[in-house]
Design a protein. Sequence first.
Length: 203
Amino acid sequence: MATDAARRQARDTFDRRVEVLRARLADPDFLANRGLGNEVGIYLFCYDPALELEARDLFARLARESESGQLPCRLIERNLYDLIWSICEERRIDGAVARMEQRRGTQALIDQLRKTASAEAVAAAMAYEPHEPGDVVLVTGVGEAYPLLRAHVLLDNIQHLFADVPVVVAYPGRYDGQSLCLFSGAGQRGLEDGNYYRAFDLV
């Protein structure tokens, strides 16, 4: 269980990361993907999962500021849970999901949905054209999409799609530059979520 001190530290870290995120979204070098060598501009905005509602409010606020011109960028949000559900609707299986889980169990449902809404299919649904200068792709819903979709698998599938625009992944957990740990936060150990070496921690 998280102590009051741990919760305060998580909040302070979140607030500090928000300041950095806002600064990056107004930085011409960041928006132009400059200074990365040959790397793709994929950044993780990590936060304590206990602050999920605050994070959602933040992203909604940033989207409004982007639309109104208060931010010098165009945020293109891609919510993974919504994309998975859209794929199910397109393939007309959305009405059968609850019945399938009831009849065959949760794991069988997950196995089937992983085939239907694979990482490749979700990546294709994320793609858009044309990319414009100042675009930033914001990936949300990582925690909601687990365990159907693992973050490191998705990132492997999108890096070639967004080589010219920065991608910010809202990640409820930790990233140490090598491994992802989902749902890790104050008082929570989290779940090992795979290795990924080509992203940058935003802070």
